[in-house]
Design a protein around this ligand. Sequence first.
Ligand code: NAG
Ligand code: NAG
Length: 328
Amino acid sequence: MVICEHLIGKEVIMITGTGCWCVTLLLLLHRADSERFEVLGPTRAIVAVAGDDIILPCYIKPNISAEDMRVDWFRVNLPDPQSNIRVHLYQDGRDKYHDQISSYEGRTSLFKEELKKGNTSLKLTRVQGTDDGHYKCRVQSKIYYDDATIQVYITAIGSKPEVSIEGQKEGGMGLLCVSKGWFPEPELEWLDSEGVTLSAGPSETDRDYEGFYIVKLKPIVKETVINCFTCRLRQRQLSEQIIMETEFHISSELILVHEEAWRIAFTLSVFVGIVAILAFPIWQWNGLRNDYDVSKVKHIQELEQVKNEHSLQLKILADQLDFVKSRT
Ligand SMILES: *[C@@H]1O[C@H](CO)[C@@H](O)[C@H](O)[C@H]1NC(C)=O
Ligand SMILES: *[C@@H]1O[C@H](CO)[C@@H](O)[C@H](O)[C@H]1NC(C)=O
């Protein structure tokens, strides 16, 4: 048995058996002009805000009924147009979901009453970032098909940038700016108090499960006179540019506290060193000799006094360090 499927222009002819060509030619000759139609989509792209319900318009002209036709809605996978993604299928008078991609599950429907009038528009509910792209609406009768392409842009306004301190970093203080829930991807930059862009390397980009962007930017700042920094977010890809800014003031105290913590830690270790050096000979004299020479006893007393004084200072410094640490 031979199955022939001919796609001549937009004619779809499927014949089972031998002598396909003769039958094909016959069919071509007998094709009724009334069975040809055109599939039309919108002339402009559809722009939707995340969370909205939208209609992707598509209809056939002339307005014959599409109830007995096959209506295919799929995503055009741009890097590889052959591997289309099924969004919705209507065939043999009903919807078929067996090969629908999971991200569209429960969100697609056709207007059944409208099908009679040749209106094959698709309703897509609760649009999300991953819905952004090119769609194809293909309507196919037994002998003919046509399709239309529809471009959908999804936009989502995310959160105001949030700024926080990452901590002491090599050469300064590490800051962090994060903004979530955007589509398309926005740009981030850090500015100093004079509006000069700080070098912060490339921003990090992530996408949440609905396809919305999370952007992060981490600069390392040095102490300046004003210590005021701004994280600026810019969305240029919408019809109207959006700018959001979050100002961040680091008190120089905070930078100082960090520096002070290091200074105290350093002084502390020096003191521990000195005490150890002083204590070692005392321990040696006590342990190795039983020499009660008055001058030596006096010397030991003096050294012990120095040691006690230093221990007291050491304790004060340790307390101070604990206090500073508890504040950072
Ligand atoms: C098709 O369109 C014509 C005019 O454009 C209208 O008169 C007719 O009612 C329509 N048919 C259907 C089935 O909607
Ligand atoms: C098709 O149906 C939808 C939903 O009712 C409607 O919004 C749209 O205008 C219709 N399109 C045409 C061409 O009739």
